[in-house]
Design a protein around this ligand. Sequence first.
Ligand SMILES: [Zn+2]
Length: 302
Amino acid sequence: MMRRLLAAAALAAASAAQAQSIAITMDDGPNAGSTPRMSAVERNQAILNALARHRVQAALFVTAGFGANTPEGFPLLKAWSDGGHAIANHTVSHPDLEKVSLAEYQRQVLECDRLISTLSGYQKWLRFTYLREGNTPEKIDGMRKFMREHGYRNGHVSVDTSDWRLNEKLVEVLTKDPKADVSAIRTAYLAHIRQRMLAYRELSQTLQGRDIAQVLLVHHNLINAMWLDDVLAEIEGMGWKIITPAEAFADPVYKLDPVRKVAGQSMLLSLGRILGLGLAPGGERLVDDGDFEIAELAKKGL
Ligand SMILES: [Zn+2]
């Protein structure tokens, strides 16, 4: 009995020392558009409150044209910086590098930079929109040269989620009926985040033989205004340690900076594809845009 207790204590100590870590990053914000149930100010505050409650320092990847570049929207952005969060670049109008010119994409990065560089939380990190880093050598190499010259770090994502897809469903349901029971969407969202975290942890073990510092991507939207608090509680409940984005990006895995064979996905998935790694059982759900959860919700009439 004693030996078993000691073994359990040793295991607990070891897992605490090596707790899987993850940083929280949020894209496309602040979003000043209208949604059911909450105003833009309420959504922004609810997200910041959830982060504060869990003592989490996150990063906001700013899409300036979604509101921050207006006199009414700028205070939403400033509240993030004042709250101690990192403020980084996600362009002005969220263009797709595969559809606009290299020059136009770079112009938008610099325009966003002029707005966010006035804030104390400013970090020279760029997150590519749609996680697409260019579909021609000219664009891929052109952006890498531009980032080197301007001192940008790539704001990589390791745990990619489809929160945006579940958010679309949530908004659709609440637009029809603002009082609708959306608890099934909440349950599906939490299960989705959990599934992605575990699957990417497994992929990190396969690729690196260890638990890397993970970087979670979610968006500045209604679903997180309503349930980010629950997401953070879920992460903590899994025993994962929430670290700052700067701490996560210091993990050497992010220096690998692979050239993507397939655009728009977690850096880990890109590494796996470059190595010719097939998806593990259940891995198809890493690239399904939340189809699994959406199909489950449809069975429930949502
Ligand atoms: Zn985005």
